[in-house]
Design a binder for this molecule. Sequence first.
Ligand code: C2E
Ligand code: CA
Ligand code: CA
Ligand code: CA
Length: 298
Amino acid sequence: AKDAGGSRYELADPDSDARAIDRHSLTTRLPAALEWDEFFLEYQPLIRMSDGHVEGAEALVRWKHPVHGRLGPDRFIPLAEHTGLIVPLGRWVMEQAVRQACAWHEERGKGGGNGKKKNGKNGDALAERPLRVNVNLSPRQLHHPDLVPDTIAVLEAAGMPPSSLCLEVTESALIGADEDELKPLRQLAELGVEIALDDFGTGYSNLANLRRLPATTLKLDRSFTQGLQQHPADPVDVTFVEGIVTLAHALGLAVTVEGVETEHQAAQLRDMGCDTAQGWYYARPGPASTFVQGFAVT
Ligand code: C2E
Ligand code: CA
Ligand code: CA
Ligand code: CA
């Protein structure tokens, strides 16, 4: 079943067909790629379901390979994780993303397009509350001693508040983590950094475990969103999502849903009480520049 899921994912991957590309050559090329700026980020908006307001965006890394063209993260993140290059790469991603959040913040702070800071009824609120940027953390970064100081340094360098950053950690990366291993995330959460449990529902964590994780958000895996798309919706998925939303809210956690591709899914998920949504229905991942234009019309 695992293999079937994997190949389905590959068929859906819009990035260049890298199955034929030798993993070894990609792996050995990774350090130079970082040095030569071949990585770039795309951003996908996160939408508050209650009113359609853009809360922030998830940063997603891509590789512009000089020979193979654009490669998606599923092609090289596992390799970088394996060699350890994910640590400097992940730091680069975080730095870029937080800088971008700062740039958006300044862009918005200019207000309504005519240079005045205090025009319009919600100009001030928008200027004061920076857009959040979500950054994926791999297990290796999570266990690296520099995670906390690096994160603080990145925020301080950009002059951004901790709440403008959300670190996404997969549920499976935290399975079995003891209190010592959770400490860095807990420290960051105490500083005000948001922590999202990514791909939630695909791991095997028991729900009681949830209480001791320093998470602020559950990010429901795309597979549940897909179940809702069927007519009629898969009743198991409906029950699951409703149950998770109830539980999450009882624990003070927000719920984000990913992979929302249709209006039908969006309406259902909103009615089920999900807080934030992400998916092609709203926007595909894209360059930061198009994103800013998107905000201007919101
Ligand atoms: P993820 O964190 O679960 O990210 C969501 C993935 O779903 C992204 O794929 C995104 O493009 C895709 N997606 C968004 N909306 C939809 C939709 O409506 N339908 C469908 N079918 N897909 C949608 P992407 O960009 O290929 O990233 C794949 C994975 O690579 C990410 O999964 C994440 O685990 C990893 N990744 C991406 N960037 C980074 C990074 O900077 N660091 C680390 N450690 N991992 C990263
Ligand atoms: Ca993610
Ligand atoms: Ca995810
Ligand atoms: Ca995923």
